[in-house]
Design a protein around this ligand. Sequence first.
Ligand SMILES: Nc1nc2c(ncn2[C@@H]2O[C@H](COP(=O)(O)OP(=O)(O)OP(=O)(O)O)[C@@H](O)[C@H]2O)c(=O)[nH]1
Ligand SMILES: [Mg+2]
Length: 342
Amino acid sequence: MRFVDEVDMSVRSGRGGRGSSSFRKEKYVPMGGPDGGDGGDGGDVVFIADEGVGTLLDLRQRTQWVADDGEHGQYRLRSGAQGKDLEIRVPVGTMVYNRAEDQLIFELLVEGDRRVACPGGKGGLGNRHFKTSTNRAPRQTTPGEPGVTIALRLELKLLADVGLLGFPNAGKSTLISRISAARPRIADYPFTTLTPMLGVVSVGDSHSFVVADIPGLIEGAAEGKGLGHQFLRHVDRTQVLLHLVSLAELAPGPDEDGPRDCSPLRARYMVIRDELRRYDADMLTRPEMVVLTQADTATAEEISTALALFPEGAVVISAVTGAGVQELLHAVWSRLQGLRGR
Ligand SMILES: Nc1nc2c(ncn2[C@@H]2O[C@H](COP(=O)(O)OP(=O)(O)OP(=O)(O)O)[C@@H](O)[C@H]2O)c(=O)[nH]1
Ligand SMILES: [Mg+2]
């Protein structure tokens, strides 16, 4: 699955209609004045954000998009009809670039956003506008303005609602493969995930949200260690971050048969938080849920010690046995609902 959906197209707005040159013709009025109507404006090319459109796929079927021209003005002051706007419905989050200049023209970020990419040409003026005290019978009119043609590139960062974060081997890919149809590579070596992946997660019968699995982060990612931190841009617009901390990373305890030392979990958590800050301090204010993963590798006692290290609260799961996973999904869903209702 590609993360950035992209499509090239060329659009043209409608030409304005020509103004009309005509004179009033009435039976008992021998010298009727000019009565040529104005031309109609050409249609605009408009982009509309529509939640019902998921990807840019459907727009690939056509490369030339043209709005209707305005009609010419007519006699008896009748203006030409306006050309119909061409409305192109795109997914929320679509970015529209001018292809020649490689410049962002606008983004459609909210359902119903309506932006004009190129305005239709103005209609021309009919001859009635040119009547003066010395010229009572002008034949002059103006032509309509031509339409505007632009080559565009549309880009859509597929928007995930939830981003997974954590060290390599935290179990991010295992979780997304358990809760969605996404099938990322999973292995017990770090940096198994090299490219981000999205999964659609169903909660109950009628709800769903989109999760992004990204490569693991390590200390120094901001300086390019590991795979660097540029992948965070794929989760920087998500509403909730799930920060996965693996219970398999406990240190040996003082007593060989006793509980292991849980403190590395908190330290590792802080390392990732610090990398987030270095990417963009705003990320630290993003709603976050801590998920302690791989619970099947720890004892009940270790888990409760680990939980105490996260006074903000944490959810405990095992993506292998499935323990806690449904509870996690419901918690994420209600968190998303709470945020959307704000
Ligand atoms: N026992 C156990 N092992 C797990 C669990 N979840 C993941 N693992 C194992 O942990 C290893 C790493 O899992 P991944 O899902 O690839 O981890 P990741 O966070 O995606 O790692 P990177 O892609 O390298 O960042 C794999 O060997 C998994 O089988 C779990 O709940 N229990
Ligand atoms: Mg992975």
